[in-house]
Design a protein around this ligand. Structure first.
Ligand code: BES
Ligand code: ZN
Length: 629
């Protein structure tokens, strides 16, 4: 009751707030670009990859059109770029130098680059702008890895992570998902290394230090991606394959053997795969995410290499983004649920088809439990699927709400209208909005017209709006359940009160998901000594599974099972994916006694982490008001 009242008050506040000021939910607050005056259509890159100076150096040619023919200034996004020159190229190729200046520095948005059109430039025809520039070693998108931080240990490596607003730290551009561009690139590297991009990688490309790419499908800037290293390719099927260092190639082929099947199944259900090949790139441990859906080439953490395909839902997820996100793109980061929630839903559908209903149910339950945990720490106004987002860092908003609440919303629609009807809706949705962006409100209108209205009396517009704008979950949400996970939870409770012995827990027969659920279901008052009993019998501290390790070491830290700290520290040094390490530091720093120990472990591990991971862990030690993952 009280919860309801709070909910009503909050939403009234939200409505009145957005009425009073001029908050525009359709506006991207994280770009400087004047996209109402100019739009970029195509970018041609020519870049040298210099490991000695940890920089990219060269040029970006932007092909633009004037939406407002009277406008005479182009504003681009940059961060930590040194701009050497800006010239306009006439149709005959003749260069015309342009005046440009850098704006003030913003912690999240970077620095605007304001270019004044020379008098001779005519806005009636296409504008061709060449920018010569260099990136900084501090580029927020690029990580430069010394050989020690790679699997092989002999060659350096570099990779990009452009989402959400980091493309501007390696290319001067209009860095907003509302603008779609095609691109081409010439990349110069040390002769023995291979460059790959979110483009038409050629598995047979000979080495030699010069690589050419074409990306003929228009993409938003956050999907621009590059990696350079001692990379080799192995095929996984007709249109699928994997790139990684030779040391990880066999393990990757084994782990991701179902990728071609996933692609085939996804096409059958959700419409044609529009991107040509689908390859994977397995990076070193410092890659900060589980995966990143760079088109044609998903980037992955090596922590997925569990040896039993138990963590491949991340591949299903990144592949599914080829429809939700890459093909139909959120208009701004505030609409991120249209990327991540829709993708989590598709991911779970793919997992169900390939690995069966039980596995899919187990993963749905684990996702739902993460959502419940998230609700405890995320302020109510941030629990809406489409929250107000005009400040802060768009990287921080991508917590669990967009993913799992979004997934539950789509599951709710599926339940309401039936799987066949809902699948038919999705198929036309992806087709109607292919290569376009969409706001939450446009989605609701489209949903209304194509699903709610033609099937009246099932779900109302008002009900869909509750999901979008209210905190928590609507009362009629359908919650996932799994019999195997329920059994694991029962055993956890029974063991904790001494009803069953440690040898009666058949952990070895359980899926990793059930093991995770078992660990999470141990009662809050269980002591560190009791954890030790469990560990000695079940060997949990020695797990080879990164997600089991994450779950276990959070418990080890929370309950101060100090004999487990040595293995805990090994976990923190073995992995770099933010999700795997940050919550372990948080549990250790927050257990009332080990703040200094946590800081000391971080000081030792830090140099191997990605800057985004470092930033996330620093927030653990110095919490601000932003939500953490
Ligand atoms: N696009 C995201 C990664 C991302 C989100 C990067 C926000 C920057 C800002 C990717 O598709 C993703 O969701 N990765 C998840 C995978 C998981 C949910 C299956 C991850 O890395 O944990
Ligand atoms: Zn995603």
């Amino acid at each position: 009751m009280l919860q309801k009242l709070v909910t009503v008050v909050i939403s009234l506040l939200l409505v009145s707030c957005s009425g009073k000021d001029n908050y525009d939910p359709a506006r991207d607050y994280f770009t400087f670009a004047n996209t109402d005056q100019f739009l970029t259509r195509h970018i041609a890159l020519d870049l040298d990859v210099d490991f000695a100076t940890e920089s990219l150096r060269g040029s970006a040619v932007l092909y633009m059109t004037a939406v407002d023919k009277r406008a005479r200034q182009i504003i681009l996004d940059t961060r930590d770029l040194s701009i050497e020159s800006v010239v306009f190229l006439a149709a005959n190729g003749a260069p015309e130098p342009a005046r440009f200046e850098m704006g003030t520095v913003d912690g999240v948005k970077g620095t605007s680059l304001v270019i004044t059109l020379p008098l001779s430039v005519d806005t009636q025809s296409e504008l061709i702008v060449r920018i010569d520039y260099e990136t900084s070693p501090a580029s927020s998108a690029l990580q430069w890895l010394p050989p020690e931080l790679t699997a092989g240990g002999k060659h350096p490596m570099m990779f990009s992570q452009s989402q959400a607003v980091h493309a501007r730290s390696w290319i001067p551009l209009q860095d907003t998902p509302k603008v779609r561009i095609t691109y081409e690139a010439v990349i110069h590297t040390p002769a023995e290394l291979l460059a790959v991009m979110s483009a038409d990688n050629d598995p047979l490309a000979p080495r030699g230090g010069e690589y050419r790419f074409d990306m003929p499908q228009p993409i938003p800037s956050y999907l621009l991606a590059i990696a350079v290293g001692n990379l080799y390719f192995a095929s996984l099927g007709e249109d699928t394959g994997v790139y990684t260092e030779p040391e990880l190639l066999d393990a990757s082929v084994y782990e991701f053997a179902n990728t071609q099947d996933m692609l085939d199944v996804a096409e059958e259900r959700f419409g044609p795969y529009q991107w040509g090949r689908y390859d994977l790139l397995v990076l070193p441990p410092s890659f900060p995410y589980g995966g990143m859906e760079n088109p044609r080439l998903s980037f992955l953490t090596p922590s997925l290499l569990a040896g039993d395909q138990s963590l491949v839902s991340v591949v299903a997820h990144e592949l599914a983004h080829s429809w939700s996100g890459n093909l139909v793109t959120n208009a701004t980061w505030r609409d991120g649920w249209l990327n991540e929630g829709m993708t989590s839903y598709l991911e779970s559908r793919l997992m169900e088809i390939i690995y069966g209903e039980d596995r899919a149910d187990e993963e749905r339950v684990l996702g739902y439990e993460e959502l419940l945990l998230n609700f405890e720490s995320v302020p109510l106004e941030r629990q809406a699927l489409a929250p107000r987002l005009d400040s802060g860092d768009p990287d921080d908003i991508q917590g669990t709400i967009h993913y799992h609440k979004g997934q539950l919303f789509l599951q709710y629609l599926e339940d309401g209208f039936g799987r066949d009807t809902f699948d038919a809706f999705l198929l036309t949705y992806f087709d109607d909005f292919a290569f376009q962006t969409i706001t939450t409100e446009e989605f609701l209108d489209y949903l209304d017209e194509n699903l709610l209205a033609p099937n009246p009396g099932i779900i109302s517009r008002q009900q869909t709006e509750a999901w979008m704008y209210q905190p928590g979950l609507p009362d009629d949400a359908r919650l996932p359940s799994s019999t195997t996970l329920a059994r694991a939870a029962e055993l956890a409770a029974a063991w904790a009160v001494g009803e069953v012995g440690v040898n009666d827990i058949p952990v070895g027969d359980w899926s990793p998901q059930a093991q995770i659920h078992f660990i999470n279901s141990l009662p809050a008052d269980l002591s560190g000594e009791r954890l030790q009993v469990l560990d000695e019998a079940l060997g949990l501290s020695d797990t080879k599974n990164a997600e089991i390790g994450r779950t276990w070491f959070i418990q080890v830290a929370t309950r101060r099972y100090t004999r487990g700290y040595e293995k805990l520290e090994q976990h923190l040094n073995r992995y770099g994916r933010t999700r795997l390490v940050s919550p372990v530091y948080k549990a250790l720093a927050g257990n009332g006694q080990d703040f200094a120990a946590a800081e000391a472990m971080f000081a030792k591990a830090r140099s191997a982490y990605h800057p985004l991971t470092v930033a996330a862990i620093e927030r653990v030690f110095r919490p601000t008001d932003g939500p953490e993952n």
